[in-house]
Design a protein around this ligand. Structure first.
Ligand code: 13P
Length: 278
């Protein structure tokens, strides 16, 4: 069933868990995510990132309706979310297609400009009942292929987070506390105390990006500290690729795609179990 992010976050808050948020850049990854969530009977967030189009993958108007179709027929709550929308026109496109949540990422702009644009997104989303996530602070490079190992990170200031949420009325806030997108160049050092200090100041759920490569213990600790949504994709994509590279017979692409789907599903199931305390 299709839900917006706000409703899914309420389920997370009730149970003190984090909802896994996974990219669906093609049909196999969409199926992997939804089937994993259904097999564990857990809610999930399925995302399309604006960046996928730069990689030459499916466009939002092509893959978006498929994501929505799969979400509607799922037996578990699924939110269809735009990840790291950096252009207002692109965010609008997602809302017009029917996405139930959008992330506007103005983290590379001045704080004032980030607030101004995020307010416009909140207004647009209110017309369709979609939820809005925004980002304060910065996790550095957005591109998992060009992860900067956290060098470009600017940790979120709890007072700024509070001000930003009050100014914009967002439903969830992505915060920087030591996680980075893509492959870690060195072991991540997450600032759990910072998460607690942000949580004490804001009344909307905290989102962690760059979920791949974090230990199970650290996942449990960020959730205990207050994180309610964890974005995870790099290791899921790698799990699919590793399974294909181990195949003896690579004659047909459909077999490779199916093998990747099953491996991604198992990877997602393992992570959902940790996030949901199962
Ligand atoms: P990883 O690919 O590092 O798991 O991060 C995903 C993410 O944060 C997408 O927004």
């Amino acid at each position: 069933m299709l839900l917006n992010l706000k409703s899914i976050m309420e389920l997370a808050e009730e149970k003190n868990i984090a909802i896994g948020t996974f990219n669906g850049p093609n049909f196999e990854s969409i199926k992997a995510v939804i089937n994993a969530a259904e097999e564990l009977d857990q809610p999930v967030v399925l995302t399309h990132a604006q960046l996928h189009e730069d990689w030459g993958l499916c466009r939002i108007d092509e893959i978006g309706p498929i994501m929505l179709f799969m979400a509607k027929k799922a037996s578990v709550p699924v939110c269809v979310h735009l990840d790291h929308g950096t252009d207002l026109d692109y965010v609008k496109k997602g809302l017009d297609i029917g996405f139930t949540s959008v992330m506007y990422d103005g983290s590379e702009l001045s704080l004032e400009q980030n607030v101004e644009n995020t307010k416009k997104v909140v207004e647009m989303a209110a017309r369709t009942g979609a939820s809005v996530e925004a980002e304060v602070g910065s996790m550095g490079a957005r591109d998992m292929g060009k992860g900067d190992g956290g060098e470009g990170s600017i940790y979120t200031d709890p007072d700024v987070a509070k001000w930003f949420v009050e100014q914009t009325g967002v439903d969830a806030l992505a915060c920087a506390f030591g996680s980075v997108h893509g492959l870690y160049m060195k072991e991540p050092k997450l600032d759990f105390d910072l998460i607690r200090r942000i949580k004490a100041k804001i009344d909307v759920p905290i989102v962690m990006h760059g979920g791949s490569g974090v230990s199970d213990e650290d996942y449990r600790n960020v959730i205990k500290a207050g994180v309610r949504k964890i974005n995870y994709y790099t290791y899921m994509g790698k799990a699919g690729a590793n399974a294909v590279s181990e195949m003896k017979d690579k004659t047909y692409f459909h077999d490779m795609a199916h093998t990747a789907e099953l491996a991604m599903k198992e990877n997602v199931k393992r992570i959902i179990k940790v996030f949901s305390n199962l």
